[in-house]
Design a protein around this ligand. Structure first.
Ligand SMILES: N[C@@H](CCC(=O)N[C@@H](CS)C(=O)NCC(=O)O)C(=O)O
Length: 382
């Protein structure tokens, strides 16, 4: 309303100048042009000021919602965690309808840390296109949804915790097609999910290699994959770990091939809404805790013995000696005992879901601990 009023006033002033100066037509035109330019500039300034003010109000609202999120979670009694339910190994439902998977366990680890109960999680099944809005609205506390950390998302979506799984994008095609390399996909129809890094990398890869293709884009990744298996596309593309995961859901996995090319970097991390640094610290430190627990040899079966043992670093992590800032974070000194007893260390979480007892992805290379030559590493706990 204020905007309309201001615009009217400025335009009226311009019209007044136009009508008031009709005697000298040359000077008059210049004056009119100047007046109009000034009026337009004023409108633009005004519009900018209004959108800046609206953005500030939105930011303040969000800050209020997320300020002291830890206190709100403790009062509410659960952690609201956005995840999915259709990528075995990362997030799926077991026979009883319970959420399981690597992403799910990272949500559970945070709940065990802050509430002492890994089951105190409200899972919000979120489509990939809804990930940004879900974080921006502040309605979730945490997201674990095969989400790649990128610069744009870091600015626009939320804060990204340590990388918990290193991935890269790949392609799947049927063996019957005879395709053995992504470079043979010229002219192919490729099924892909909207709102993903996948969609963007697909465009880069084909353009870089001067290949034509037609993307067939779906809002839901299970529909995209079903369309590929139903023969609507020549290839399907997503993170390679997800390709391996989806293969396990097929009655005839041997009929498909994951092509050798890895066309992008996909570091997958937990994400939390912007606006609450203390909560961001909590999530980062819980992730560090499960990583260092593995490095120190603490697992779900030996927590009590390690807490009473003589490994100083293990004792500090478990809260039986020293301190690494637990109380300053607003957590119990022994919170990592709850996490490791109830959810396990990084290696246990990996093997249960992604490794030998899950979808069978060998844990070698980047997803091994730094002490074994991998890249799984986080801020030391001290
Ligand atoms: N890492 C990429 C791709 C993520 C992705 O496509 N994830 C799929 C893997 S199939 C998924 O989790 N889908 C589950 C869902 O849509 O609920 C990103 O962050 O954009």
């Amino acid at each position: 309303m204020k905007l309309i009023l201001a615009t009217t006033v400025i335009l009226t002033a311009a019209t007044f100048l136009l009508t008031a100066c009709t005697s000298d037509s040359g000077a008059n035109e210049i004056a009119v042009e100047r007046a109009q330019a000034t009026a337009e500039a004023a409108i633009i300034d005004r519009n900018n000021a209004i959108s800046e003010r609206d953005a500030a109000i939105q930011r303040a609202d969000q800050a209020e919602r997320s300020a002291n999120r830890l206190a709100a979670i403790k009062e509410r009694g659960d952690v609201v965690c956005a995840t999915g339910n259709d990528t075995p190994g990362f997030h799926s439902l077991d026979a009883s309808g319970k959420s399981i998977g690597f992403d799910v366990d990272l949500c559970r680890a945070v709940a065990a840390a802050v509430l002492g109960d890994a089951d105190a999680v409200e899972f919000r099944f979120t489509d990939l296109v809804e990930r940004g809005p879900a974080l921006q609205s502040g309605e979730i506390d945490l997201m674990n949804l095969t989400t790649t950390w990128t610069s744009t998302r870091d600015v626009a979506w939320g804060n990204f915790a340590p990388v918990m799984f290193y991935d890269g994008q790949g392609f799947m095609a049927t063996k019957a097609s005879g395709v053995t390399s992504a470079l043979e996909l010229g002219g192919a129809a490729v099924c892909v999910t909207a709102g993903t890094t996948t969609e963007l990398n697909l465009a880069d890869y084909f353009r870089q290699n001067n290949l034509d293709y037609s993307p067939t884009v779906f809002e839901q990744s299970d529909v995209a994959f079903d369309s590929y298996t139903a023969g609507q596309c020549d290839a399907f593309t997503t993170d390679r770990s997800a390709l391996a995961s989806l293969l396990t859901t097929l009655p005839n996995p041997d009929e498909h091939l994951i092509l050798p090319e890895i066309v992008s970097e996909e570091p997958l991390t937990p994400v939390i809404p912007h606006g609450d640094e203390a909560w961001f610290d909590v999530v980062k430190i819980v992730m560090a805790g499960i990583i260092y627990a593995e490095a120190y040899g603490i697992d779900s079966t030996n927590v009590d013995a390690m807490a009473a043992g003589d490994n100083i670093k293990a004792k500090r992590l478990l809260g039986s000696e020293g301190d690494f800032g637990q109380e300053a974070l607003g957590l119990e000194k022994t919170f990592m005992q709850d996490v490791i007893k109830q959810v396990g260390n990084y290696g246990e979480i990996y093997e249960r879901n992604l490794g030998v007892n899950g979808i069978g992805l060998p844990r070698e290379g980047r997803n091994d601990l730094w002490i074994n030559g991998g890249q799984i590493y986080a801020a030391p706990l001290r």
